[in-house]
Write a protein that binds this ligand. Structure first.
Ligand SMILES: [Zn+2]
Length: 544
C-alpha cells in the first residue's frame, strides 16, 4: 500500500450564531475521514475554520447591538472549542477576518485571475438573497422567494467586478467527466454536470463598500469595492496553506498532494464544484480532486432553525451524552443520500444498542473470561475462527469510506462485533473451562482478544474515546488485561439516564449558520433509525 498525501477540509460556516448540530455533522464526518486515512498510513492535513466576512454576520451583529468583530469573535470561539467537545483532531483552524495568511492569499488569487483576463467591471442588476449570499435568476425562485430561505430576495443594482466563468464551461465539464474531480454521491455529480452543460454565466465577485457595510476584504486596487464573500471564503482552503506568500505548506499540501478533498453540505455545492475549480483553473492552480457532499439533518421532523426552537448546541449534547455517543449517531445513522431526522431518543438508542450493549458487552465478557479462566493473561494465538470476518471488516470499511458512506463503514464494524459475540455464544467458553479442552479454550479467548483489538482500531476514527478505553482494557497491547469495567455507559432511562428533549439539552441560543442553513431544505423524513432497516433514500435533485 502506498502512502498518499491528503489535504481535507470542511466548509467554513458563517458565524452569525454559534454552532448547531448540522455543523457538528460536517465536522465529525470530516474528522472521521481524516482519522481513517491516518490510520491507513496516509499523510493527512485537516483544516476547518470560520467564514467571518459574510454580510449575514454584519446584520446579526447589528441586531445584537455588537460590533461585527465582537460577534464573529465570540461565535468563532465556540466553533473552535468544538474540537474538545466533539474530539476533533484538526491540524489548523482559520478565521477569515483575523488570520494574517488570509487576505494576501485572497488578493493574490484575484490578481492571478485578473492577469489571465478573467476579471472585468460591469453594471449588474439582480435579485440577491443575503441568507445565501448569492444572486438568483427569476426562474430559480420559488414563487418569487429564495428556494433555501423562503424569503423575498432584494433587488440590487450596482457596478461590480465580474469573473469570467463562461470561459471555463468546457474545462469544468472535462474535469468532472474525466474523474479528475470526483463529486460524491454520484447524483450530485450529475446535478453539477447538468448545471454546467445548461450554460454558465459570469458572476459578480465584489460588492460596493456601502452594501458590505464596510466589512470584508477590499478589492485589490479598488478600495470602494469589497471582495464577494464567497470568493473570499473559498480562498481559505489555500490561504491556510500560505498561498499568499507561496509558502512551503502550499507546495506540500496543495500542489504536491495526491488528494485535495472538500467536505461540504449540499447547499454550497455550486460554489465548490463550479466557481471554485474555475477560479483555480483561471489562476493556473490545480483544482480539488474530490468534493464529498452531505445532506441535512432535521430535528423531530423539522428543519434546524431558531424559530422552531430546535437548533441544538452540539457541545451541550456532547456534555450530556458523551462525545462518543454523539459521534456514533452522526456517523452510523445519518444517511449518505437523504436528509436524516435527529431525536435524542434515536441518539440514545443507537449508542445503547451498538456501543454499550453489543461492543461494550463483547469487551466486558472477553476481559472477564480472560481473568476468570486465565488469571488475566491473554493466551497466545491469532484471530482463528474470526480471521475471515476481520479481513472483511478492513475491506468493507475501506470501501465504505472511499464511497463516502460512513454509515456503511459503521455497519461493517458492527457486523464484526456481532460475529465475535456469536462466537462466544456458540463456543461457550464456560463449558470448555470445565473440561480438558484447554487448548480449544485458549484459541477462543485469543481470537476474541484479537478481534476486540482489531475492532478498537477500526472504530477509532468514529469513537476515539471509547476505542482508547478498549485498548486500555486489553493492557495497551500487552499480555495482561486490566480488571473488567464498563467501557461505555448505558444512557437510556432503563439504566438511570433521563432522556431530555433538545430544548432542555440545549444551552445558549444556537441558530443555523451556513453549513446547513444556507440550506433550509424542506424537511424530509430521513431514515427512521435503524441501520438494519433504512428507509429508501431519495436522490433529491436540488436546484444548484
Ligand atoms: Zn437564500
Amino acid at each position: 500500500m502506498t502512502t498518499k498525501r491528503v489535504y481535507i477540509t470542511t466548509a467554513i460556516p458563517y458565524v452569525n450564531a454559534g454552532p448547531h448540530l448540522g455543523h457538528a455533522l460536517e465536522l465529525v464526518q470530516t474528522d472521521a475521514l481524516a482519522r481513517h486515512r491516518r490510520l491507513r498510513g496516509d499523510e493527512v492535513r485537516l483544516l476547518t475554520g470560520t467564514d467571518d466576512n459574510s454580510l449575514k454576520n454584519v446584520l446579526a451583529a447589528e441586531a445584537a447591538g455588537l460590533t461585527t468583530a465582537e460577534l464573529v469573535s465570540a461565535n468563532a470561539t465556540q466553533f473552535a472549542s468544538l474540537h474538545v467537545s466533539l474530539q476533533l483532531a484538526f491540524d489548523d483552524f482559520i478565521r477569515t477576518s483575523t488570520d494574517r495568511r488570509h487576505q494576501p492569499a485572497v488578493a493574490r488569487l484575484w490578481r492571478a485571475c485578473a492577469a489571465a483576463g478573467d476579471i472585468y467591471r460591469a453594471w449588474y442588476e439582480g435579485l440577491y438573497c443575503v441568507g445565501c449570499e448569492q444572486f438568483y435568476a427569476a426562474d430559480e425562485l420559488d414563487s418569487g422567494r429564495c428556494p433555501e430561505h423562503q424569503t423575498v430576495p432584494e433587488r440590487v443594482a450596482e457596478e461590480n467586478w465580474f469573473f469570467r466563468l463562461t470561459r471555463y464551461q468546457d474545462q469544468l465539464e472535462a474535469l468532472i467527466t474525466s474523474g479528475r474531480l470526483r463529486i460524491v454521491p454520484e447524483f450530485h455529480e450529475r446535478e453539477v454536470l447538468a448545471f454546467v452543460r445548461g450554460g454558465l454565466q459570469d458572476f459578480s465577485i465584489s460588492r460596493s463598500r456601502e452594501r458590505a457595510h464596510g466589512w470584508g476584504i477590499p478589492a485589490p486596487d479598488d478600495p470602494d469595492q469589497v471582495i464577494y464573500v464567497w470568493w473570499d471564503a473559498l480562498g481559505n482552503y489555500i490561504s491556510a496553506l500560505d498561498y499568499g506568500t507561496w509558502g512551503e505548506a502550499y507546495q506540500c499540501w496543495w500542489l504536491e498532494a495526491d488528494e485535495r478533498v472538500h467536505v461540504i453540505g449540499k447547499g454550497v455545492l455550486r460554489f465548490h464544484a463550479v466557481y471554485w475549480p474555475a477560479m483555480l483553473l483561471s489562476a493556473g492552480e490545480p483544482p480539488p480532486t474530490s468534493i464529498l457532499v452531505h445532506e441535512y439533518l432535521t430535528v423531530n421532523g423539522r428543519k434546524l432553525s431558531k424559530s422552531h426552537g430546535n437548533a441544538i448546541d452540539p457541545a451541550a449534547l456532547s456534555e450530556r451524552f458523551g462525545a462518543d455517543a454523539l459521534r456514533w449517531w452522526l456517523l452510523s445513522e445519518v444517511a449518505p443520500a437523504a436528509d436524516t431526522d435527529f431525536t435524542v431518543e434515536r441518539l440514545v438508542a443507537r449508542a445503547d444498542t451498538d456501543l454499550a450493549k453489543a461492543l461494550g458487552n463483547l469487551v466486558n465478557r472477553t476481559v472477564a473470561m480472560v481473568i476468570r479462566y486465565r488469571g488475566g493473561r491473554v493466551p497466545a494465538g491469532g484471530p482463528g475462527p474470526l480471521a475471515g470476518c476481520l479481513r472483511r471488516l478492513l475491506a468493507d470499511v475501506d470501501a465504505a469510506v472511499a464511497a463516502y458512506d460512513l454509515r456503511a463503514a459503521a455497519g461493517a464494524v458492527m457486523e464484526a462485533v456481532d460475529a465475535a459475540n456469536r462466537l462466544v455464544n456458540e463456543a461457550r467458553p464456560w463449558v470448555l473451562a470445565g473440561t480438558h479442552r484447554s487448548a480449544e479454550l485458549d484459541a477462543i479467548l485469543a481470537a476474541l482478544v484479537y478481534a476486540c483489538r482489531s475492532i478498537a482500531r477500526e472504530v477509532t476514527p468514529f469513537v476515539p474515546g471509547l476505542a482508547a478505553r478498549i485498548v486500555r482494557q486489553f493492557g495497551d497491547g500487552g499480555v495482561e488485561v486490566r480488571p473488567a469495567e464498563p467501557v461505555q455507559p448505558r444512557l437510556g432511562p432503563a439504566h438511570g439516564g433521563e432522556i431530555r428533549g433538545p430544548q432542555q439539552a440545549r444551552e445558549g441560543t444556537a441558530m443555523p449558520g451556513s453549513a446547513q442553513s444556507s440550506s433550509g431544505s424542506p424537511s424530509k423524513t430521513g431514515p427512521e433509525g435503524s441501520r438494519l432497516a433504512p428507509s429508501p433514500e431519495c436522490g433529491r435533485i436540488s436546484t444548484l
